[in-house]
Design a protein around this ligand. Sequence first.
Ligand SMILES: [Zn+2]
Length: 94
Amino acid sequence: MSRRRVIRSAMVAPPDGVRGRTVTADVSEDMPRGVFQVMCLSCGLASMRVEDEQLPVEVWALQHTGLHPAHRRYRLVTESFWLVTPAPGDPHHG
Ligand SMILES: [Zn+2]
């Protein structure tokens, strides 16, 4: 069973030139599940970027508010990675 979750299959409503291609989450061993970073909306200071685990940036925000009690709002930026698979029969399939 594939661990890949289909994000959107081009089979649903294929625009010209994408018929049969599939977009999935890229779960390759060398790719992170996600990358997380938060930015303080009061001062613009950003946390470190963390792969695979959101908890360290949550802790960063909690500590930042501890140092600057008026800084309580943050923007979370999450990166995820996708993989496009050409359809069987496509010369680029495989
Ligand atoms: Zn701040």
